[in-house]
Ligand binder design. Structure first.
Ligand code: ASP
Ligand code: MG
Length: 422
């Protein structure tokens, strides 16, 4: 059976982790596998700094580049004793490619350059992991995801052309699976019709796994994580978390949308569309069950909590006391859309419209400035957004201890509270 596996940054963060991933793959020798890997550890963050240093001409450029190179070659050196292995030359070439991307003066937008640079993390990682899988005895073929996953040229947030991607998967990926039991490719990245690289949004490797499963009609997707499965709360905030054994697509997409970081929100749709189950399993104890997300009617057994910090509550009101009518709203929504600001919660009153958004200065400041030309704007920052799915009053009371609630919204299954710590 064809399975898609995704190994995230933490599961390939060093030589030990890569060995562990190889051991996991060995457990599935009777299957065909498409393995999707993310950049190793915090590489994507470092590459973001590199893109910034390049575009804005900072003198940290060379230092960041050298640091990335040393990090990857250190891992390679601890994985391979035979230094004549071809992977050393391949990785060297990949770093030459990165050098080319930061050599000449910027000639395009920041987002375009960002994608050409930041995408290299997955190239490095896939190069090392695929060579090591072969070394460890799992015959595996490296594949460039940019030749399969096709997007438009919305850099940093590439929109996938599913039809074309499926065609390319059928002609260029599936035949490879006849000769090799494992195809290893990159998460997070795609290609445009002009052969530029795009990225699919931060943490987008889960989405890649779903796109490839959709395009190849795979039997399942498994995301290997450092947690035992999907938990009802982030262990960062709660000590008594519970693992959820089974989750519906609907609950999974809601939880991911509200900010549960365990799965990328875009992952669910392609899987739901083809009824492909998604497993979330621990790479630390791969023999344990984990969570299965599928088409089912099971409600979550316990309330689930999602905390989002760094939130901002913005209240927008017309200066002349006129009603917030549809005309005003469509104007405001257009501005939010243009500034790529996602609304986490919103609430309407007669003469004001309040939204809770992530506090991302680069996007919010220009948005507020434009809104201010037509509306009165009030805002609070450093807030938290708490979402509880399948809430009851006692769970609400429990999360509100020592917090002041600035906005509350309840639907049948979900409550959202914008709170300030007292
Ligand atoms: N490496 C990318 C990121 O860190 C994609 C991923 O990890 O899913 O955002
Ligand atoms: Mg990552």
């Amino acid at each position: 059976m064809l399975k898609v596996f995704k190994f995230g940054g933490a599961s390939v963060k060093n030589a030990e982790a890569v060995k562990n991933a190889a051991a996991i793959v060995k457990r599935y020798q009777s299957d065909k596998l498409i393995v999707v890997v993310s950049a190793m550890d915090k590489t994507t963050n470092k590459l973001e700094l590199l893109a910034d240093a390049y575009f804005y001409g900072k003198d940290t450029l060379q230092e960041i580049y050298d640091d990335l190179k040393t990090f990857h070659f250190d891992i390679l050196n601890s994985l391979f004793t035979d230094k004549s292995n071809k992977v050393f030359a391949d990785l060297e070439n990949d770093f030459v490619e990165l050098m080319w991307a930061i050599e000449d003066d910027p000639s395009s937008t920041f987002s375009h350059h960002y994608d050409q640079i930041v995408s290299m993390g997955e190239i490095f990682s896939s190069r090392i992991v695929s060579a090591y899988f072969n070394e460890a005895g799992s015959i595996c073929q490296w594949l460039d995801a940019r030749g399969i996953i096709q997007t438009d040229n919305t850099y940093t947030e590439g929109k996938v052309d599913f039809e074309l991607t499926q065609q390319l998967a059928e002609t260029n990926l599936l035949p490879l699976l006849k000769q090799h039991s494992i195809i290893l490719t990159q998460g997070f990245i795609g290609g445009t019709s002009e052969n530029f690289t795009t990225t699919l949004g931060r943490e987008g490797s889960d989405y890649t796994a779903a796109i490839l499963a959709y395009s190849t009609n795979a039997e399942s997707v498994t995301i290997w994580k450092d947690v035992p499965g999907v938990l009802n709360a982030d262990p960062k905030w709660f000590s008594d978390t519970k693992k959820i054994d089974e989750l519906t697509y609907q609950d999974a997409i809601e939880l991911a949308y509200y900010g549960a970081t365990v799965i990328h929100p875009k992952t669910i749709k392609p899987l739901q569309n083809k009824n492909i189950p998604l497993y979330v399993k621990s790479f630390i104890s791969p023999e344990t069950e984990g969570t299965i997300i599928k088409d089912s009617h099971k409600q979550l057994p316990v309330p689930s909590f999602i905390f989002k910090v760094n939130q901002m509550l913005i209240t927008i009101s017309p200066r002349d006391f006129s009603f917030i009518a549809e005309e005003n709203l469509s104007k405001m929504f257009a501005l939010f859309h243009q500034h790529h600001v996602k609304i986490n919660v919103m609430q309407l009153s007669a003469i004001s419209f309040s939204v809770c958004v992530d506090m991302d200065d680069k996007k919010i400041k220009p948005l507020i400035k434009i809104l201010q030309s037509d509306y009165k704007i009030l805002y609070n920052d450093a807030l938290e957004l708490v979402t509880i799915r399948y809430y009851d009053q006692s769970t609400i009371d429990r999360v509100c201890v020592n917090k002041e609630v600035l906005m509350e919204q309840k639907s049948r299954y979900t409550v959202q509270l914008v709170v300030r710590n007292n």
